[in-house]
Design a binder for this molecule. Structure first.
Ligand code: SAM
Ligand code: SF4
Length: 370
């Protein structure tokens, strides 16, 4: 396939076929890879500008009922000391974000579906909304729940939800999870989130064992076909206490290619989806100190600074080498300002930075109704 023709076609506003996406993902020539990132960056500037929106990440509990084969806090990992932040600690962390003009928070945790937990989250969302005078945006990343629970949390004031599909290929999903973890259920959850009115985010891990470039191309096309508003994806990173670690014993020699693949996925997502929000995730930074800045230059426009109290951070290790384990939220704030500005981007303080795509999607749906 003629790579220069693919770039010419993108420059003329054309879209990408599955085969073209695979060709871009397979690029090895550094000059061409840079061209891919530059092309995506140009599209980002055109559609969403050079503002970077912050979502203060609160990792509120590592208790999880699931056993995903790749994840360090899976329920069968007995080496993890489990914790759950109190409601007050969660609200306090959110108020730190509010006072520091972060605009939004993300509440993330292991998956729990018991009523004690879901009601506690409803209460916490309410309290954060109230304490911030309605100004703090709230994104949830709390796994698969019933439509009723999603509705309850939406009514309490959450307006965005992140639920990664992990992979769009059900056969690959089955290899990465125990038999009772259902890909179909995950799809149903995404549908229900959209129906309730959330801005819906999803994503995948790139560079998983058994994953092919065809799978990754399928993932990017899945985002487009499902009209996804926000993308949170990153490279797969090994955690030694997980079953999947055995499938990638040479992970240490692959870090550079995992990073490159993660960045290519961001760039192609930007080229394909144009006006969505795309996160430059911590997993990129785990592979390279400048990983998140590279993500911004490849087309991402969201950063999720970790604002969890340092006493909990080391207990929420999804993968090895999680960065910034000992850095307080205050330290992260000044470090990030420098990092974001160093690549010519601007932090949008006190702004929600909602997905432009979401509003377009809602507008089109209304037009169709009339
Ligand atoms: N428990 C919820 C869920 O799974 O949707 C939310 C929290 S979970 C820790 C957030 C994301 O972490 C998952 O969707 C998964 O993609 C990512 N993750 C878990 N283990 C990982 C690993 N070893 N490498 C990279 N990302 C990982
Ligand atoms: Fe639990 Fe999420 Fe980790 Fe799966 S990825 S084990 S659901 S925290």
């Amino acid at each position: 396939m003629d790579i220069l023709k693919i770039f010419e076609n993108i420059d003329k506003g054309g879209t990408l076929s599955r085969e073209e996406i695979k060709t871009l993902l397979a690029l090895e020539d550094k000059v061409l890879i840079q061209r891919l990132f530059d092309t995506a960056y140009k599209i980002k500037l055109e559609y969403v500008g050079n503002k970077v929106y912050f979502r203060g990440l609160i990792e509120l509990s590592n208790v999880c009922r699931k056993d995903c084969y790749y994840c360090g806090i899976r329920k069968s990992n007995e080496n993890v000391v489990r914790y759950s932040m109190t409601s007050q600690e969660i609200v306090d962390a959110a108020m730190w974000a509010y006072k520091n003009k972060y605009g939004s928070v993300v509440l993330q945790s292991g998956e729990r579906t018991d009523k004690n937990f879901t009601d506690a989250m409803t209460d916490v969302v309410h309290k954060i909304k109230h304490a911030s005078g309605g100004t703090l945006g709230i994104t949830l990343c709390l796994g698969e729940q019933s439509p009723e629970v999603y509705k309850q949390w939406f009514a309490a004031g959450a307006h965005r939800y992140l639920l990664r599909i992990e992979t769009s290929n059900p056969e690959l999903y089955a290899k990465l999870h125990p038999a009772d973890h259902s890909h179909a259920e995950r799809l149903k959850c995404l549908k229900s989130l959209k129906e309730i009115g959330y801005q819906v985010g999803t994503g995948v891990m790139a560079g998983l064992p058994f994953q092919t470039l065809d799978d990754l191309a399928g993932d990017l096309l899945f985002f487009k076909e499902n009209d996804i508003d926000m993308i949170g994806m990153g490279p797969y990173l090994v955690h030694d206490d997980t079953p999947l670690a055995n499938e990638m014993p040479d992970f240490d020699t692959r870090k550079e290619s995992q990073l490159e693949l993660g960045l290519k996925m961001i760039a192609i997502a930007r080229i394909l989806l144009k006006d969505v929000n795309i996160a430059s995730t911590t997993a990129l930074q785990a592979l390279d100190d400048r990983g998140r800045e590279m993500g911004l230059k490849a087309g991402a426009n969201i950063i999720m600074p970790n604002i969890t109290d340092v006493k909990y951070r080391s207990l929420y290790q999804l993968y090895e080498d999680k960065p910034c384990l000992d850095d307080s939220p205050d330290h992260c704030k000044s470090c990030l300002k420098w990092r974001v500005e160093s690549v010519g981007e601007k932090i949008a303080y006190d702004e929600w930075g909602d997905s432009v795509h979401f509003y377009e999607r809602v507008r089109k749906a209304k037009d169709n109704e009339q």
